[in-house]
Design a protein around this ligand. Structure first.
Ligand SMILES: [Zn+2]
Length: 407
């Protein structure tokens, strides 16, 4: 990203912006800059002067300096940048501004909240070449012509191993598990959100309609997983999440893009739960200690909120682990809706979504919880090697799924 940071205002001649603001000619100044940023007048975007007229002088100053910065940089944003939208966003976001003109982070803030960065970051990225696209299509299960899904095979290839795994995890949670300090978890959540928001020009902070700007408050969204509903549906959903991560599922011909396959899988999992009360109990118990959130849901993030027994591991390792889990869950919250939607068209969609979230988690953990090893599921690392690390971020955080061959 390169910005024109020269001291010169968008108007080459005449008094400076602050001089013009001081003379009281705010409306004309705003309208001039607004039309510069908007370029061709688009009747779909009426002038926002009405909203700026009532704003306080500090807010007006932020808007005027923001528009000025955009006017000087609109041309190098790359395709996808919308001047009318940016001019409007600047007005919308002025109330929540964090940096005044002249502050070191002011320019970054303007370029992020206006959508400039959202267009500029991907504009310099290369699309995958033909060989990479062929391999990506294979990974996404799009190269095979819908084979048969042998669901019954899962009862031998997945169920016994999964049940043993869940039984092992159940030992982590004694009836007397001590509750984790929720205020500690809330402060961790706030620090994770603050880090992602403030780490500089970055893919997550470029998503102008994303949770970093729509009022989402991670700390206020932290909820003890035990407070989640425990019923037939949530137990099924828990089991489905676990089975979605099993390679054997895809080896059996499961294609997530096919609604009939999803239905067959759910019927099978329902059968497992009905036939095996032990499995049903395990699902109920672990549900209360497992992170989860609804895709696209930005209200609550359920998190394990109890300290596990020694069967899990040494107590001093728990908080670093929980911290890492909370980073991972925040990465899920940051997924662009277009990415989440595109994933549903891939045979290995759920595994792919998890693997890419894992990959991006590992990326953030390198700074936030160094030395913490995070497992990356499925073929996500190969996708990154084929498409590029920034391309994966553009797909995940900005919904530019063409960069990973998912359009
Ligand atoms: Zn996950």
């Amino acid at each position: 990203m390169s910005l024109r940071k020269t001291k010169r205002d968008a108007f080459a001649e005449g008094p400076t912006l602050d001089d013009r603001l001081a003379t009281g000619d705010v409306e004309q100044l705003f309208r001039d800059l607004e039309s510069l940023v908007r370029g061709d007048d688009d009747p779909g975007y009426p002038s926002r002067w009405g909203d700026v007229a009532d704003a306080d002088p500090a807010q007006q100053r932020w808007v005027v300096h923001g528009l000025d910065l955009l006017a000087r940089n609109a041309d190098n944003a790359g395709p996808g940048f919308s001047g009318p939208r940016a001019a409007s966003l600047i007005v919308d976001r002025a109330r929540w501004r964090r940096f005044e003109p002249g502050a070191p982070r002011f320019e970054e803030e303007v370029m992020s909240v206006s959508g400039w960065l959202e267009a500029a970051l991907p504009s310099s990225l290369a699309l995958p070449g033909p060989a990479a696209l062929t391999r990506l299509a294979e990974i996404h299960g799009r190269s095979t012509a819908g084979g048969a899904f042998d669901a019954t095979a899962l009862t031998t290839s997945v169920l016994p191993g999964l049940k043993a795994e869940l039984a092992g995890e159940a030992l982590w949670w004694g009836a007397s598990s001590e509750p984790e300090d929720l205020s500690w978890m809330e402060s961790v959540a706030a620090s994770i959100q603050g880090f992602v928001r403030d780490q500089g020009p970055s893919f997550p902070s470029a998503h102008v309609a994303g949770p970093l700007y729509d009022g989402f408050d991670y700390a206020a969204s932290v909820l003890d997983a035990r407070a989640a509903d425990d019923d037939e549906d949530t137990r099924l959903a828990f089991l489905r999440r676990r089975v979605h991560l099993a390679d054997a599922l895809y080896a059996a011909g499961y294609d997530h893009a096919r609604p009939d396959h999803r239905e067959i899988l759910d019927d099978l999992l329902d059968e497992w739960l009905a036939d095996d009360p032990e499995l049903d109990d395990l699902a109920g118990l672990l549900l209360g200690h497992s992170p989860s959130h609804e895709a696209g849901e930005r209200t609550y993030v359920h998190l394990p909120a109890h300290v596990p027994t020694e069967a899990w591991g040494p107590r001093e390792s728990w908080r670093p682990h929980l911290h890492a889990v909370m980073v991972h869950e925040f990465v899920h919250v940051l997924a662009h809706p277009a990415f989440t939607e595109a994933i549903e068209t891939a045979a290995d969609g759920p595994l792919l979504a998890e693997g890419i979230a894992d990959l991006l988690t590992a990326d953030l953990l390198g700074v936030l919880v160094p030395d913490h090893v995070w497992t990356v599921h499925g073929s996500a690392a190969e996708i990154r090697d084929l498409a590029g690390a920034d391309q994966v971020k553009a797909a995940y955080y900005l919904g530019r799924v063409e960069f990973v061959g998912l359009d």
